[in-house]
Design a protein around this ligand. Structure first.
Ligand code: NAD
Length: 509
């Protein structure tokens, strides 16, 4: 088990010397001309002239002015996806052919890895090395995995009386609208788009308004890779307008959403207020990381620090509540604080940076407000808490101990590099604390006692429990939440359930 596990299946590591230098990245950034137009029906579409501004978190300056999709562009994109589904070849292609198209898209993502990684790092502020080594490899791996799986699915023929035949077949559901967040702009998109396309659906993707540029590029790449027109459309715009129009659209059959729990509620309403389209939700988290007294303390502390600070803490699965047995609390927290202080916060384009910039000035202010409230509530600030005095949205990695369950910091998702430490004295208390949340996305358990590991991983309500590790993942392993962290699963064959209907056909022989 590695000390810094990669959360999202990055595949084989980069070769040594594979990485451009800071100067190289700066030079490439100067020359980058991001795609700012929608991709509809296999073509770039400039929209009606309405645009919005994407700000670069690394320095707070405008990065691009992408087109903003109004109702007209939403209608065009959905109509293109509808035509491609109802009349186009895609759902009727041999599955192996659909698979080959997805594999060509995976190849195209790999061929454009540096450009896409740079775009991601510029638009949402993560370190370029993580965009390049983790996110982009995960995106290519996701399209490849679903491409390879497309022709390996089998249907069912249940046993019946001799004079009848029953077939249970999986049919693609239709037009999928995928609405995704900015923290892993391309990975979250790929986790929706790849299984939906493999199943034979067509897709309209709306990336987050903070990070639309990499997704717009992906749309163009997909057409260049030979996906038929209308199969994969990408439109940019804000949530309450473009996202809402997709949510309410009568010709959309499935809403696949990743984002906050608050916005997830809107999606359920959109379905109720329109055509009862089905809605799949991957939402927020406030994941507990439980450390029992017999744990491997250095490993548990390393994992706790890595988990909360990776991707600037902008992780749905971030283990934002460290629940530690009171007998070892000082030792564990000291080690976490040391690791926090050792991080290099700075320019995401510098390969030496280990923590980049938060996505927007508003988000930085929101995280700052969580810190101020924790302070006021009496939690003890052990390290961090201050934004860096330089342009851009930089915050020191922050650790609070002496957090109590009633404090907002123990209950609300911060989505930033802020750790809340709580202590417990018994296993039962640890479980009570772990489950004292509306969320249920993930949890970590650190113990060398096999029985305790089993007891706790059963008792904690979460979609994923990691024992003596955190953020391990594989494309063949499902990912998703329970409670108000959502339902349905991304990744693995289970993701295909969201994009297929079971059809039963009875034949009298
Ligand atoms: P968000 O909910 O604000 O936005 C997500 C997407 O929804 C964006 O594309 C946005 O434009 C759109 N949107 C916003 N308001 C909308 C509305 N009223 N109608 C329709 N669409 C709307 O979330 P965010 O700030 O982009 O991302 C952070 C959240 O995402 C966190 O809560 C995090 O935990 C969650 N997240 C969950 C997972 C998971 O797999 N469970 C993964 C990553 C992020």
């Amino acid at each position: 088990m590695t000390e810094h596990p990669h959360p999202i299946d990055p595949g084989a590591p980069s070769a040594p010397g594979d990485h451009p230098t800071h100067d190289d990245w700066l030079h490439r950034a100067d020359r980058l001309r991001p795609v700012t137009v929608h991709h509809i029906d296999g073509e770039d579409h400039p929209g009606g002239g309405d645009t919005f501004t994407v700000i670069a978190p690394r320095d707070g300056t405008p990065l691009a002015e992408p087109a903003r999709a109004g109702q007209h562009e939403v209608d065009l994109a959905v109509a293109a996806a509808r035509r491609a589904f109802d009349a186009g070849p895609w759902p009727r292609l041999a599955p192996a052919e659909r698979g080959r198209a997805l594999i060509r898209l995976a190849d195209a993502v790999e061929a454009h890895r540096a450009e896409l990684a740079l775009t991601v790092s510029l638009e949402m502020g993560k370190p370029i090395t993580e965009a390049y080594d983790i996110e982009l490899r995960a995106v290519a791996a996701t399209f490849r995995w679903y491409g390879e799986v497309a022709d390996k699915l089998v249907d069912e023929a249940p046993q019946t009386p001799a004079d009848a035949l029953a077939l249970v077949t999986r049919e693609p559901v239709g037009v999928v609208a995928a609405v995704v967040p900015w923290n892993f702009p391309l990975t979250m998109a790929a986790w929706k788009v790849a299984p939906a396309l493999a199943a034979g659906c067509t897709v309209v993707l709306k990336p987050a308004e903070q990070s639309p540029l990499s997704a717009l590029r992906l749309g163009r790449l997909a057409s260049e890779a030979g996906l038929p027109p209308g199969v994969f459309n990408v439109i940019a715009g804000e949530g309450p307008t473009t996202g809402r129009a997709l949510g309410l659209h009568p010709d959309v059959d499935v809403l696949a959403f990743t984002g906050s729990t608050a916005v997830g509620r809107h999606f359920l309403r959109y379905a109720a207020d329109s055509n009862l389209k089905r809605v799949w939700l991957e939402l927020g988290g406030k994941s507990p990381h439980i450390v029992l007294p017999d744990a491997d303390i250095p490993a548990a502390a390393a994992s706790a620090a890595w988990g909360i600070f990776f991707n600037q803490g902008e992780m749905c699965t971030a283990p934002s509540r460290l629940l530690v047995h009171s007998s070892i609390a000082d030792e564990v927290v000291d080690a976490v604080v040391d690791r926090a202080r050792a991080l290099r916060v700075g320019d995401p384009l510098d390969p030496a940076t280990t923590m980049g910039a938060l996505v927007t000035a508003e988000h930085l202010a929101r995280v700052g407000d969580h810190i101020a409230r924790a302070d006021a509530a009496g939690a003890r600030l052990r390290t961090g808490g201050t934004r860096l005095d330089r342009p851009g949205h930089y915050l020191e990695p922050t650790v609070f101990d002496r957090v109590t369950p009633d404090m907002a910091l123990a209950r609300e998702e911060v989505f930033g590099p802020v750790l809340a430490v709580l202590t417990f004295d018994t296993e039962d208390e640890a479980v009570r604390l772990a489950n004292a949340t509306e969320y249920g996305l993930a949890a970590g358990v650190w113990t060398t006692d096999l029985s305790a590991a089993h007891r706790l991983s059963r008792a904690v309500r979460a979609g994923t429990v990691w024992v003596n590790c955190y953020e391990e993942g594989g494309l063949n392993v499902p990912f998703g939440g329970v409670k108000q962290s959502g339902h349905g699963r991304d990744k693995s064959l289970h993701a295909l359930d969201k994009y297929t209907d079971l059809k039963t056909t009875w034949i009298r022989l």
